[in-house]
Ligand binder design. Structure first.
Ligand code: AMP
Ligand code: MG
Length: 498
């Protein structure tokens, strides 16, 4: 059994940044539902699920015992939730056990989610249900498989404890890991309290541990903000290109490292609708799919406000300069986003060069997809088989109802491919590496959830886990997982309550 060295650099920060709190174990016996050997490898942990289940790790991952030198804590933060500032939030159901540093893979914070009450639990019970735990576990690994920055999932623990939501559901615990779980809201909480020294301490911590290249830059806080802006813009471009909706883009769910963070009522786009709302509690559609890029900018402006005291290069004499500097960074967001998005969409269409007509080709295809409500993932995957020298027949063409409109687009697409002398065979290979065949469709997660809830059968979780780690592969034996969702999928409702 591998025993690793635990520490906790965050716990060395002043008390104002967290509350020391221990996990609360479940009353009932627990079981290891899934263990992610790939994520474990990042820690230097080489044990498989069977050995983990018999080692002290099971005790740690279920909150029943604490590793030596772990210094568990719940982080404090604030945040703009659905546009409204909430001055005091924090890890209400998550506890950071501590961190493990790997010589090559660096520092990883391990956080239990669903591990009981903390001082920030407000009206909540500190628990997570099996349903949402499975969704986060699978989706964070699916995002990683798609090459999108994200927190990782290490393990999932099941229990027979009842957790009360709209119905009674079994409680579960997720262990997630990230180099840092610091959020935009981690800064906002101190801005609201006028504790500017704490903002500086936290920024210095983040710089030292996560942006060491910026530590010695002349305006390091501005450099930090600029880097966070770029990572955020690129992250959201990746979400848009793959059709992912986060669902709750509150500023407390925005990672300072530009990771996808806090999976709740997320959804992958199926029938293409730009205004897709995956979160059933989001009645106004604030976090609709096509709003995500501008919400990213809103959240960055919340972070800018919190960091403003650090941008002031004149010791309070001229705040206008700090505001101008922040504005300047925010002003670059759209260009960074658009450049990344355009590059991703060019790759999805198989273009190796950039040409002036590309933007229109992308937009016109999306418009056709929206008009016919065709499946986003299936269309792009099928487009890999497009023949640039032939009139399109079958395949992707059959997905559209308005064939004349598609044919007109296909004629332009074929001409565009021929302009760069695109070779169909190598283009197909390239496109199949960026256009996934498999995404975590809600109904697929739902089937795995039902089997886990009703029969404690976790095989479907493992199947999805394996496919989604390599979502661009063919997986011929699972081809039916790549098809259109069944009709009942339309009735699945996901909301924040989990
Ligand atoms: P979320 O929208 O899931 O990111 O959660 C927003 C805030 O509510 C965070 O501070 C969470 O820690 C807290 N929270 C969510 N669910 C619970 C729960 N069951 N118990 C305690 N706190 C919770
Ligand atoms: Mg959250």
């Amino acid at each position: 059994m591998t025993l690793l060295n635990w520490s906790n650099s965050f716990a060395k920060l002043p008390d104002a940044f967290y509350s020391r709190v221990k996990p609360t174990a479940f009353h009932s016996p627990v079981r290891l539902i899934h263990f992610n050997a790939a994520a474990a490898g990042l820690l230097g942990l080489t044990d498989d699920a069977e050995r983990i289940g018999k080692s002290p790790w099971l005790e740690w991952l279920s909150g029943r015992a604490l590793p030596e030198n772990a210094d568990p804590l719940a982080m404090i933060y604030a945040g703009h939730q659905f546009g409204h500032f909430v001055p005091q939030l924090g890890d209400g159901r998550a506890i950071m056990l501590g961190e493990i540093t790997h010589p090559e893979h660096g520092k990883w914070e391990l956080q239990l989610k669903g591990s009981g009450l903390t001082p920030y639990s407000r009206a909540g019970d500190g628990r997570a249900v099996l349903r949402s735990t499975i969704r986060e576990y699978l989706c964070s690994e699916a995002m990683h498989g798609l090459g999108i920055p994200t927190t990782r999932a290490l393990a999932m623990i099941g229990s027979d404890d009842d957790v009360y939501r709209e119905r009674i559901e079994p409680g579960a615990m997720l262990t997630r890991m990230a180099p840092s779980h610091v959020r935009f809201g981690s800064f906002e909480v101190f801005f609201y309290r006028d504790q500017y020294g704490h903002i500086r301490t936290l920024a210095d911590y983040v710089l030292q541990h996560h942006y060491p290249a910026l530590v010695h830059s002349p305006h390091r806080y501005l450099a930090l903000f600029s880097e966070v802006m770029k990572r955020t813009a690129r992250l959201i471009a990746q979400w848009q290109a793959v059709g992912f909706s986060h669902g709750v883009m509150n500023s407390d769910n925005m990672s300072i490292l530009g990771l996808t963070l806090d999976y709740g009522p997320f959804g992958f786009m199926e029938a293409y609708q730009p205004g897709f709302i995956c979160n059933h509690s989001d009645h106004a559609g604030r976090y609709a799919f096509d709003k995500q890029p501008e919400i990213g900018l809103f959240n960055l402006s919340c972070l800018a406000q919190a960091l403003l005291p650090l941008f002031d290069l004149t010791d309070g004499e001229n705040i206008d300069l700090a505001v101008a500097a922040a504005r300047d960074v925010l002003g670059q967001y759209q260009a960074v986003y658009l450049e990344e998005y355009a590059a991703l969409m060019r790759a999805k269409l198989g273009f190796q060069e950039s040409m002036p007509e590309d933007q229109d080709l992308v937009q016109d295809l999306l418009n056709l997809m929206a008009a016919d409500q065709v499946d986003y993932t299936i269309v792009f995957r099928a487009l890999g088989d497009f023949r640039s020298h032939q009139h399109a027949t079958g395949g992707v063409r059959d997905l559209f109802m308005n064939r004349p409109a598609f044919d007109e687009w296909a004629r332009r697409y074929g001409a565009r491919l021929r302009q760069e002398h695109s070779d169909d065979v190598t283009r197909r290979l390239r496109m199949h590496k960026v256009n996934p065949k498999y995404i975590l469709r809600n109904y697929l997660a739902e089937i795995a959830i039902r089997k886990a809830e009703d029969e404690q059968d976790y095989r479907e979780i493992d199947t999805l886990f394996r496919i989604l780690q390599d979502p661009c592969a063919e997986w011929p034996e699972y081809a039916n997982y790549a098809g259109h969702p069944p009709e009942w999928a339309g009735q699945i409702a996901v909301s924040c309550s989990s």
